[in-house]
Design a protein around this ligand. Structure first.
Ligand code: ZN
Length: 118
């Protein structure tokens, strides 16, 4: 598997990831950084979000929206990240993902998941 080097936007630590575009070292950092991203989103998108026109929903869009949602990202932040209007995010979330995509999302987080012993 290819590995990419990243610097966490949450805690600033370096990490190795299988994903080139991973921004956080852990789901915990995703969650902790969410309020800041929401603030940024509101500041930069006071009127911008409404100006975005709906675009075609591709399989990639559907996958990314589901993945970000699995990371605990609020819909507004997902819209900002993908440069999409909220309608597109809602539409993409309403579409089912393939089994392969669901597995990819699960694998992506498998190492961050708290251990369950039951
Ligand atoms: Zn981190």
């Amino acid at each position: 598997m290819r590995q990419f080097h990243g610097v966490c936007r949450g805690c600033g630590r370096e990490f190795i990831s299988a994903k080139k575009d991973q921004r956080y070292c852990s789901q915990e950092c995703v969650r902790r950084d969410t309020p800041r991203r929401m603030r940024e989103y509101r500041e930069t998108h006071k009127e911008g979000a409404e100006n975005l026109k709906p675009r075609e929903i591709t399989q990639t869009t559907v996958y990314l929206v589901h993945k970000y949602a699995a990371e605990g990202m609020p819909a507004g932040v997902i819209a900002q990240t993908l440069d999409r209007c909220m309608d597109d995010v809602g539409k993409a979330l309403a579409q089912p993902i393939t089994r392969g995509q669901a597995e990819a999302i699960r694998e992506y987080f498998v190492r961050y998941r708290p251990r369950k012993d039951k």
